[in-house]
Design a protein around this ligand. Structure first.
Ligand SMILES: Cc1cc2nc3c(=O)[nH]c(=O)nc-3n(C[C@H](O)[C@H](O)[C@H](O)COP(=O)(O)OP(=O)(O)OC[C@H]3O[C@@H](n4cnc5c(N)ncnc54)[C@H](O)[C@@H]3O)c2cc1C
Length: 428
């Protein structure tokens, strides 16, 4: 099952090793303090530093340790609810604005990587979103037509009879192709972004957990593991790793573990059979699987949710392998070289949220689709911290919802996963 050199760290860290940075001295004061050094925090920092504000980013672990260097690298338009669902809840204008932000985030990510010259294998490979039963196939077909004027999404159906042109598997009932979705090496993207932030004059202090935050007359006093820092403005950019620091945010973010494996290197002919078009792939199960070839097309990187509660990479690996083999029986004897996990942040309305609460800025709740969106909204919240009008987003105008009795642990998660897994397994 495991290769001799099997590791429980992200496959991406082979190319982009965790950064070794000087620990540095924590400044006593700063204009802008950003807590969390993933895509959200660093894109915000880039904005404020380039506008001449003294900007400090702290992270409890090494820079980029969170989801930004662990994710599947699938870059999409990131909005989960459909237009009909959004329109019913928020009205036509806001529904359109939300979907437009999804498109903006996808465009921004590619444009940012290109114009900044970041070497991170961004490729517009397209997504094959596979139907796990015939009802889902029909739903997908209905979902792509007719399209709203101005919000047309390039998409076409691939029936089961032609599925092998997309995927070397007979386990699905066809699917839809979104040619505009892309893939990226997530840790290399993070590293390129981090280097840009450092070049712009951002100070990054790793291994410096924010422990307590108090609002003062001229901003915030933040107690950290390495001393106290006063900041005129502060941003919480901790997403799926948000702990007790801000109870208001904790009540609105649902951290959920997502688990990934990478296979050992495959024979190139086998890879060409399994994933001939280099697409990123996901499916219509409620407990979704997402997978893709590695940037050099040597391995399959395969992720999903494996158990009702959280587990560890050693236990999740065989379960993911079994699911992988159900899709690609040819991989039965293929070994696993890497297994890891990370936390995504879900929200009660399955939408991200951006804004300011009691003077503290936030951008969070990407619901597992932050590879592009987190950086885009990080950029926007950075603009908001500068007081720029263009920073405003559709997500500033929706409520950051919570639920009664939700204060710490998502007690409702295990029953929901069990319910959805049961539905998936009986194919409804
Ligand atoms: C396994 C996995 C697979 C995923 N796959 C995809 C995908 O294919 N496509 C997609 O679009 N999205 C995907 N995502 C989601 C995406 O990675 C995230 O939405 C995005 O990276 C969030 O970025 P962020 O900067 O907001 O948070 P993160 O990158 O998680 O950074 C938060 C940081 O905050 C730090 N922190 C927490 N508390 C404190 C504190 N008190 N003091 C200081 N620092 C603190 C943490 O150490 C962490 O480094 C995936 C996520 C995971 C975990």
């Amino acid at each position: 099952m495991f290769t001799d050199d099997y590791k429980e760290t992200p496959y991406w860290w082979e190319r982009t090793k965790p950064p070794v940075m000087e620990e540095g001295t924590l400044p006593q004061k700063t204009d802008i303090l950003i807590i969390g050094s993933g895509y959200t925090g660093l894109q915000a920092a880039l904005q404020t530093a380039r506008a001449g504000r003294e900007t400090l980013v702290i992270d409890a672990e090494h820079a980029g340790w969170g989801a930004s260097s662990r994710n599947g690298g699938q870059v999409s338009t990131s909005i989960k609810p459909t237009y009909a669902e959004l329109e019913k809840k928020y009205g036509r204008d806001l529904a359109i604005a939300i979907l437009t932000e999804g498109k903006n985030s996808r465009e921004y990510t590619e444009e940012f990587i290109r114009t900044e010259g970041i070497d991170c294998n961004f490729k517009c490979v397209g997504r094959f979103h596979a139907a796990h039963n015939s009802v889902s196939y029909e739903k997908l077909a209905k979902g792509i037509t007719p399209q709203l004027p101005g919000l047309e999404t390039e998409a076409y159906m691939v029936p089961r009879s032609e599925q092998r042109s997309e995927l070397g598997s007979d386990s699905y009932y066809g699917g839809v192709v979104f040619p505009n979705h892309g893939s990226v090496d997530p840790a290399a993207y993070h590293r390129g972004l981090m280097n840009k932030a450092l070049e712009a004059g951002v100070t990054i202090i790793p291994h410096c957990k924010a422990l307590d935050l108090s609002c003062e007359k001229d901003g915030f006093a933040v107690k950290t593991a390495r001393g106290v820092v006063q900041a005129k403005k502060a941003l919480i950019a901790t997403n799926g790793y948000s702990g007790s620091l801000s109870p208001w945010h904790r009540r609105r973010i649902i951290p959920i573990g997502s688990y990934i494996i990478a296979t050992e290197a495959l024979d190139p002919d086998l890879m060409n059979r399994l994933m001939p078009k280099d697409r990123i792939v996901s499916d219509t199960r409620r407990v979704v699987y997402y997978y893709r070839p590695s940037p050099d097309r040597s391995r399959v990187v395969f992720g999903g949710r494996v158990s009702l509660g959280e587990t560890n990479p050693r236990k999740s690996a065989p379960k993911l392998h079994a699911s992988l083999v159900r899709i690609f029986p040819e991989l039965k004897e293929t070994k696993i070289s890497h297994s890891w996990m990370g936390f995504v942040a879900f929200t009660f309305n399955t939408l991200m949220n951006v804004g300011e609460q009691d003077g503290l800025f936030h951008a969070a709740g990407y619901c597992g689709s932050g590879a592009g969106m987190a950086g885009y909204l990080g950029m926007r919240i950075g603009q908001q911290m500068l007081g720029l009008k263009e920073g405003d987003t559709a997500f500033n105008h929706i409520k950051f919802e919570t639920r009664p009795f939700y204060t710490k642990k998502p007690w409702f998660l295990a029953p929901s996963v069990m319910y959805y897994r049961m539905r998936d397994s009986i194919n409804i």
